[in-house]
Design a protein around this ligand. Sequence first.
Ligand code: AR6
Length: 168
Amino acid sequence: MDIRLVQGDITEQHVDVVVNAANSSLLGGGGVDGAIHRRGGPAILAQCRELRGSRLPDGLPAGQAVATTAGDLPAGWVVHTVGPVHSTREDRSAVLASAYRESLRVAEELGATTVAFPAVSAGVYGWPIDDAARIALETVRAHDAHSVQEVRFVLFNQAAYDAFAARL
Ligand code: AR6
């Protein structure tokens, strides 16, 4: 399994799975979540609402992942995951690692070959980018790949790209 880094917008990636850094409501937000719903169109939100009405009445807990259509994105599916809010009082690293691991598990279930991740929790949720990069790369490296051949980290700005590059 290859790990690649690109600087850019995850909504433009031609991949089987785009991972969304969502919140537990699954009903949208800012950051990468807002961009995915904007570019992917209303079909994604419609499936998120369906999930809330069936399997996930209380929303998606942090560290877990669930798939929907990718709507109008040039991708096969969106896998929504929820990272933890960063805390200085409590170590939530295991939850962040779980968000990557569970996203890859769902991607494998879908038979995905290529998976694009943003830097989960490193925006609104406040995770320091160097540590976010360490946890992301360690967790993805430890993944026992079946269908997945490429994991692509799509970093939105130079600082995030540099943090991942320094760890790769
Ligand atoms: N492509 C790739 N990366 C992006 C894009 C994009 N189009 N837009 C932003 N990023 P964030 P979180 C980067 O805040 O910290 C939302 O409101 C961004 O620069 O999107 O997990 C959700 O609904 C940062 O490095 O996600 C939740 O409420 C990274 O993506 C909450 O934010 C993650 O930043 C989740 O916070």
